[in-house]
Design a binder for this molecule. Structure first.
Ligand SMILES: Nc1ncnc2c1ncn2[C@@H]1O[C@H](COP(=O)(O)OP(=O)(O)OP(=O)(O)O)[C@@H](O)[C@H]1O
Ligand SMILES: [Mg+2]
Length: 326
């Protein structure tokens, strides 16, 4: 019987918030729990996942695969030295990888869905290029990494806004009139009322109600999981109430607040020395908080997390007392 594969894309609005570091170590954490795991560097044009895995950049990657050098996609799988964890490099040494075509993107999505592993984690580039939006949409539940700082939060909200509008745009592209109306709406001046998912769906409904229902059904399938990185104290999570309000009212999104990872000086040291955090610093607070999230992924990923904001706050407070006591 074929194994069920869970694909988890990992994105962020802002760059430098810790996606690649987290993707590498979450993958190691899941693998350590005994699950076959593949981590893919899909930050095309900016691949550096290998540095967080302590692997040299000498293996063929997606760049080489797309150049058509008779490589099969699964030939790209590299052993990481961590049992149960394999890795697929991104650019390798191929230039201009940020500009792959739509057809190439579709090929990659198809190949990724066929990877032989229980968990497949995707390290995406930051921001809202069509590449990233497309890769993020590969699964209904993806992770968004943010810090609790305002610029990172604003970009995270902008990313989800772009993502939802992209889903709607794709559906509307089947109807010329709806598409024209959407493009006009996207060009509205900054002083107009902010566009919401609801207002866009209403506009589509005026043109074609079935199309609006289809877009609505697609949109509500997505349930992003938010992870706060580089945190210091559970109190930072208080900002989530306002964010959740915006997600619900403007974007019609139900999100799950899924993890809180501590800022830890050891991370920079381990990255500098090209050491994997887990292998060399298993007891540091960043490792402990990542392992906790890895465990949650293997236990509750498939179901919605009810009351996730309060649960994360209380869980983080409890763990803070325990972990920071050392
Ligand atoms: N929890 C943490 N504690 C301390 N440092 C961290 C933590 N998480 C990430 N960092 C550091 O932050 C920097 C940026 O991390 P990373 O490269 O993973 O970000 P990114 O979101 O993937 O960036 P990009 O968008 O450019 O791909 C790195 O130097 C990393 O070591
Ligand atoms: Mg990165």
């Amino acid at each position: 019987m074929a194994i069920k594969t869970t694909i988890i894309p990992i994105a962020s609005g802002k760059g430098g918030v810790g996606k690649s570091f987290l993707t590498a170590n979450l993958s190691a954490g899941i693998a350590e729990l005994g699950y076959s795991t593949v981590v893919v560097d899909l930050d095309l044009g900016g691949s550096n996942l290998y540095t967080y895995l302590g692997i040299p950049n000498k293996h063929p990657g997606i760049g080489d695969y797309l150049k058509g050098k008779k490589l099969k996609f699964n030939d790209l799988l590299v052993s990481t030295g961590i049992s149960n964890l394999k890795y697929i490099p991104g650019d390798g040494r191929t230039p201009f990888m940020a500009n792959i075509s739509y057809a190439q993107r579709m090929t990659l999505l198809r190949k990724i869905k066929q990877l032989p592993a229980r968990y497949v984690l995707l390290d995406l580039g930051s921001g809202s290029t069509f590449n990233t939006l497309n890769f993020f949409g590969i699964a209904h539940k993806g992770i968004i990494v943010t810090t609790s700082e305002v610029p990172s939060i604003m970009n995270f909200l902008a990313f989800l806004r772009n993502f939802m509008f992209y889903i709607i745009l794709n559906v509307a592209s089947h109807n010329k009139e709806a598409l024209k109306m959407l493009i006009t709406a996207f060009r509205q001046p900054i002083k107009s009322e902010p566009l919401t998912v609801k207002s866009l769906l209403n506009k589509i409904s005026d043109v074609d109600s079935n199309l609006a229902i289809k877009a609505h059904d697609l949109c509500r399938n997505y349930r992003p999981r938010i992870i706060i990185n580089m945190g210091d104290s559970a109190d930072e999570l208080k900002i989530l109430r306002r964010i959740d309000d915006i997600l619900k009212t403007r974007l019609s999104i139900e999100a799950d607040y899924f993890g809180f990872i501590y800022y830890d000086d050891v991370v920079r040291r381990s990255v500098q020395n090209r050491e994997t955090l887990f292998a060399h610093y298993p007891q540091c607070i960043a490792s402990k908080s990542i392992k906790h999230v890895a465990r949650r992924i293997t236990k509750i990923w498939d179901q919605p997390v009810e009351n996730s904001m309060v649960r994360l706050f209380e869980d983080t407070k409890r763990k803070q007392a325990l972990w920071k006591a050392y």
